[in-house]
Design a binder for this molecule. Sequence first.
Ligand SMILES: [Zn+2]
Length: 149
Amino acid sequence: MTAQASSTNPPAASPRKYVPETEGLNREFFENCASGTLHLQHCDECATYRHPPRYYCQHCFSDRWSWEPSSGQGTVASWVTSHFTVDRGWVDELPYTTVVVELDEGPRLLGAIRNMTVDDLHLGKPVRLVGEPKRDDFVFFWVEPLEAG
Ligand SMILES: [Zn+2]
């Protein structure tokens, strides 16, 4: 009997993480974030923030909106720890934990934890999203504790 293929083993590490091509409203979102400040769409009619980017407000259906800076602060809404990756750029960081952050403005965004461990997480934990520009049109988001401890 031959050994099974190593399909459950992670691929060899790569120095680069996959960075997707962006277009349309997603490209605008990431270009704004690459400035160093998280920006969200803000409805000019009803003042609702939204994410992911879209052309119409989900609350009042207005097509009038603008990009507004966000505090980047929010709380932990959920998380998952990945023990396998198909992106060789993440192999050295396995297992890594991705968090859903509910921003103070309302929308939820994803990021990987940094400067804390999964044992530090709990629902409602105050955190901040920190953007790490990978190009002028793409940003990785890290989730860091808002306060020590
Ligand atoms: Zn609206």
